[in-house]
Design a protein around this ligand. Structure first.
Ligand SMILES: [Cu+2]
Length: 756
């Protein structure tokens, strides 16, 4: 199938499109929004939609007039004559006459780090099953029912692994809530480093100060406020992340999309599966879930066990190094955390339920001045021993859409992938940032549902890539004038040197990546074409402006990465491969299970085939979190071949828990670009591509996932579960958790695929 632009689906309506077309689109949007709401409220299922003839079983929406804006007549098979092409499935989001680059970009809101003793009740190794009354709204109106205060599955299989060995030293307590005004903003930097924002001024939940305030049920965030939240952690300092579900118990109070059950994934932390945000281990309003993040270096059970190597370590807070066991080559830096609710991840993450996590180490200390022979001195600052954010900036990129009233909205029927038509950075629409004329590190995260980005500076000047996903590169890549495609959930850390600009100059970040639809990225424009408005995709073009305000208050002491490659972190050595697996990511998939809770049924479109699903990988299965699809051997290394079966589709594939090293792209190691020569946790192909990776499976056990991070694909149903048996206390096979407000029960796996 070639890349289509035939008007059947995937057509952006430009604000200039004729009135009748816009009216039709708005009517269709309303009809679809009603169905979306009914789905998200659990009043109907995807199965019902198939039964009613609204969906084909392949997941495509049937072209009923008045339902899809893309199908106005059977004869409609040519691009619009006005040149519009490309799709939100929605009418254009109004911008209320506001000009871009007129609001300061807020830096992330740093989450408080508290003493563990502040947690009440105290955290426990196994789930705290103390009983409380269950809100009748959660159980069909029944009164007097009891349920646990903690939603984590009970018992030894879901007890924190290594809880006694790595007792929590820091508590980070958050509540996912309907959005409201922020009165406790902590940017972690002074106002001159935050574009003049006074943190004492309350921050309302708006994408721009001149846009409407978001209704509480349209946006759900960590702690219920803008801007997004940042965790700061360091190796050797275990964290207890207590997550409360503060959403309303009325499932219909969601603004038309989003599901009130939560499961939070720290992407891609190396810890036990009970802390990984497993898609079926979700918890309910009025419950909490304790996630234990031990922050150990991979390999800690067998490598550097005496903790003698200062490169395996963390800042001790006093200018020294707290050495820890493990392999220093496994040091990670830039993570994010987000919801992973089964079949609702797209809606819940889009609803702003996402944050970032900076992990500090003796190598990546967040202090550019300390010269101990280990610290890599990346742009950050010097005031604090570690974790300086002055010149180390988190950027969360996400496309959004809002209705005529400015309320965030989503078309969950955009099954190819949902694309917003407005760009936000840190939940702010097209903001500016004041910068000094010096080097800055930007940790860029793609937090979209389905959109890819290619980022360049508006004057096409150089920058340097230093990290890919959570991992610093073996060698920095200087001299880039644009990034590679940044797939959903990928992170690129880049360093921009603003010292080339004189005070008063501006330079913009530009998105060059056009989308024709949500299947995958379309053409990449030149900077001139993107800035010249030569794309009908409204998210192409400048999305953030830097204002250079003058020389820095003190000399830039960061390592010079501007011109020649600088060695950062070499790859860990992989043991011999003991098993090879093939995974094929494709459409036209099947479901062979029918469990009402664990199984995705009806309207599914995507699935994953493998060398153990029969038919030579041709049998692509839709998600079932009760199915164990793979069981790598504990302590072994495997080679996984990820194949894109889908012609013009692309899928950013995320494999939880372990970092992989790309061996080849399309059959050749020579196709692996310099910025992919380190470790990764998300792998994308381009059309018809193949990627071969190697990973070792060690340290912790339980049930993990592999899935497409185009979350529309993930939820419909390109996701599988793989289990890692680390020995006692694990039952093998692991029973599947079944989460209910009255407590989590277990059942035998629906299916266990052969483990060749
Ligand atoms: Cu996908």
């Amino acid at each position: 199938m070639g890349r289509k632009n035939n008007g059947q689906e995937g057509i952006w309506l430009s604000p200039d499109a004729d009135r009748r077309r816009l009216r039709d689109a708005e009517n269709a949007r309303r009809n679809r929004a009603e169905i979306t709401a009914a789905l998200s409220h659990g009043q109907i299922s995807r199965r019902d939609l198939v039964k009613w003839g609204l969906f084909t079983t392949a997941g495509t929406i049937v072209g009923i007039d008045g339902l899809s804006p893309y199908v106005r007549a059977e004869t409609f098979n040519a691009p619009f004559d006005d040149g519009s092409g490309i799709p939100t499935g929605l009418t254009p989001s109004p911008t209320f006459g506001v000009q871009p680059f007129t609001q300061p970009m807020p830096r992330f809101d740093v989450l408080p780090r508290n003493a563990v003793s502040t947690l009440s009740p105290a955290p426990t190794a196994a789930a705290n099953t103390t009983q409380q009354l269950v809100d009748p709204a959660l159980v069909g109106g029944q009164t007097g029912l009891m349920g646990p205060i903690e939603g984590r599955p009970p018992g030894p299989n879901w007890a924190h692994q290594g809880f006694a060995q790595f007792p929590p030293q820091v508590a980070i307590e958050v509540t996912t809530k309907p959005v409201t005004t922020n009165t406790t903003y902590n940017p972690g930097v002074t106002s001159d480093l935050n574009s003049g924002i006074n943190p004492a001024t309350p921050i309302p939940p708006k994408f721009h100060p001149s846009f409407p305030t978001q209704n509480a049920n349209r946006v759900w965030t960590f702690n219920g406020t803008f801007p997004p939240k940042l965790m700061q952690v360091r190796y050797g300092e275990p964290v207890l992340f207590r997550h409360h579900n503060g959403l309303t118990t009325d499932i219909t109070n969601n603004g038309g999309f989003g599901r009130f059950t939560l499961s939070t994934h720290e992407h891609n932390a190396h810890h036990g599966a009970e802390n990984d945000g497993f898609t079926g281990a979700y918890f309910w309003p009025n419950e909490f879930y304790d996630y234990h993040h031990p922050w150990v270096l991979a390999g800690f059970r067998s490598i550097n066990t005496g903790a003698t190597d200062p490169r395996a370590g963390a800042p001790d807070g006093r200018g020294g190094i707290n050495k820890v066991p493990g392999d220093w080559h496994e040091t990670m830096s830039t993570h994010w955390f987000h919801d992973h609710m089964f079949t609702f991840t797209d809606q819940n993450v889009y609803k702003c339920n996402a944050g970032m996590n900076n992990i500090y180490s003796s190598l990546d200390r967040g202090n550019e001045g300390l010269n101990d022979g280990v610290n890599l001195r990346l742009p950050s600052g010097t005031a604090k021993d570690y974790g300086n954010l002055d010149f180390d900036v988190n950027l969360m990129l996400a496309d959004k859409a809002w209705d005529a009233n400015g309320q965030m909205t989503m078309d969950t029927f955009a099954f190819d992938g949902f694309l917003g038509d407005q760009m936000t950075v840190n939940f702010a629409w097209k903001p500016f940032m004041n910068v000094y004329a010096r080097r800055y590190r930007f940790r860029i995260l793609n937090a979209s549902v389905s959109r890819f980005f290619v980022v360049a500076l508006s004057d096409s000047s150089n920058f340097t890539q230093i990290a890919n996903d959570g991992n610093l590169l073996p060698l920095t890549v200087p001299g880039l004038t644009q990034t590679d495609q940044l797939g959903i959930a990928e992170r690129y850390d880049i360093v921009i040197d603003f010292s080339r600009y004189s005070p008063g100059k501006t330079v913009d970040l530009v998105n060059l990546q056009e989308h024709q639809d949500g299947r995958g990225p379309g053409q990449i424009l030149s900077v001139a074409a993107a800035l010249g408005g030569r794309s009908s995709d409204p998210a192409v073009g400048a999305f953030m402006r830097f204002n250079i305000i003058g020389p820095p208050p003190q000399q830039d002491q960061s390592v010079n990465v501007d011109t020649v490659p600088v060695a950062l972190i070499p790859n860990p050595t992989l043991p011999a491969v003991v098993r090879r697996r093939t995974f094929v990511f494709a459409d036209n998939s099947d479901q062979n299970q029918n469990d009402p809770i664990t199984t995705y049924t009806g309207g599914g479109r995507w699935g994953i085939g493998a060398n153990n699903t029969g038919g030579d990988g041709a049998d692509h299965l839709e998600a079932d979190f009760g199915r164990i699809s793979s069981q790598p051997g504990f302590g072994t290394c495997e080679e996984w071949t990820l194949i894109n079966d889908g012609g013009d589709w692309d899928h950013p594939i995320h494999i939880h828990f372990e970092e992989g090293q790309i061996q080849s792209r399309n059959g050749s190691a020579g196709n692996v670009p310099a910025w992919e020569k380190g470790r990764k946790d998300v792998y994308r192909w381009r059309a018809d591509g193949t990627v071969v990776i190697r990973m070792q499976f060690r340290d912790w056990g339980g049930m993990f996932m592999e899935h497409c991070h185009n979350t529309m694909h993930e939820d419909n149903a390109m996701l599988l579960r793989w289990d890692l048996d680390s020995g006692t206390p694990f039952l093998s096979p692991l029973p599947t958790p079944i989460s209910k407000p009255t407590g989590v029960t277990f059942q035998a796996p629906d299916e266990i695929l052969p483990n060749p």
